[in-house]
Design a protein around this ligand. Structure first.
Ligand SMILES: [Zn+2]
Length: 337
């Protein structure tokens, strides 16, 4: 064989190898099925008896008393990995419609993104428009609303720590911090803002964080805290007690032991919940199905979500208070089993 043929063969083999590795990254998944036994199996409260939680993937949490309902995030579009990395993204009307129908959502009082990154706030104004809800969030989130033409009457820029009433619910956005990715420039430094209406399609990086919040949802029959991103501000949650916390854990396993300890101390210990529900660990890129989809190996390992270890982080510290929420199905805030 001539030298040039050998080089061509070697090059061909290298290309195949790289292609196979890329496919493996996008197709192989983290294994979360070992946590199946942790999924809450309980019948929802009837109206007047208590409030219910319904988890719709990521940190989409519907809280309802049977009369009024409030939804955090409302993110149902799942762009592909390649589109997130190299293309432009926009709300998927069909996916949003299908998710609202499956969750049984007709009317909402408020849609409340925990921050304005695409995987929380991109679809929120579309959900608000379809359900008559108010979009309650940061000034950046308001600009995502304006970019899709949501009327100003439906946009409220939340004053941090001010309580907003919706029926018997009281919703407060408490300043928090984004998760700090150890090897990526996400979550460190001052949060970037979206300063003018953001018209989709847009790049993922156009959906700037705009400040992160813990969303406190209070009702005479129960209290929930939705901590979307695994970040914290020391003492920010002091004096607040809740029945349940929906706890963002995505990436937490990749942080230092000190960060992991501080996150638990300043968020979970601070609010003394009876139930702890890890969230924000499922895939960004798979269409919503019957069950939460684990992320592919690219997001899990390269990006660093570390799904299995991040759920395990919560289990290790929270013990038998830790449960996973089922997809779509309403469960009582204070579940019985
Ligand atoms: Zn984020």
């Amino acid at each position: 064989m001539t030298i040039s043929k050998r080089i061509a063969l070697a090059f061909g083999a290298l290309v195949l190898l790289v292609a196979a590795a890329a496919v493996a990254l996008l197709v192989a998944r983290a294994n979360v099925y070992r946590f199946d036994a942790l999924v809450v199996d309980d019948t929802p409260n009837v109206p007047g008896e208590g409030i219910n939680l319904q988890w719709l993937g990521n940190t989409n949490v519907l809280v309802s008393d049977g009369t009024t309902a409030v939804l955090t995030d409302g993110w149902f579009t799942r762009p592909s990995t390649l589109r997130i990395l190299f293309g432009k993204i926009e709300p998927d009307g069909g996916a949003i419609e299908a998710a609202l129908r499956r969750a049984g959502i007709l009317r909402l009082a408020a849609v409340v993104p925990v921050h304005s990154h695409f995987d929380h706030a991109m679809d929120a104004p579309v959900v608000a428009r379809r359900t008559g809800a108010v979009l309650l969030g940061s000034a950046s989130t308001a600009n995502i609303g304006r970019g899709v033409g949501l009327p100003e009457e439906q946009i409220v820029v939340a004053e941090p720590r001010r309580a907003y009433d919706f029926g018997a619910f009281r919703v407060t956005l408490i300043p928090s911090h984004h998760f700090v990715f150890p090897y990526l420039d996400i979550g460190s430094g001052e949060p970037q803002q979206i300063t003018k209406p953001l018209v989709p399609p847009a790049r993922v990086t156009d959906y700037a964080e705009g400040g992160s919040y813990a969303v406190l949802i209070e009702h005479p029959l129960g209290k929930v805290l939705v901590q979307g991103s695994a970040g914290f501000l020391p003492k920010s949650l002091a004096g607040i007690d809740v029945d349940a916390i929906v706890l963002g854990v995505g990436g937490i396993a990749g942080q230092t032991a000190a960060y992991q300890r501080d996150y638990w101390t300043h968020v979970v210990d601070a609010v003394r919940p009876e139930a702890i529900y890890p969230a924000h660990w499922d895939s960004f890129t798979h269409a919503l199905g019957d069950k939460p989809e684990p992320p592919n190996i690219f997001w899990d390992r390269v990006f660093g979500l570390r799904t299995e270890d991040s759920i395990h982080y919560a289990l290790e510290r929270g013990g038998d208070k830790v449960h996973l929420l089922p997809m779509w199905r309403a469960v009582p805030v204070k579940h019985r089993r």
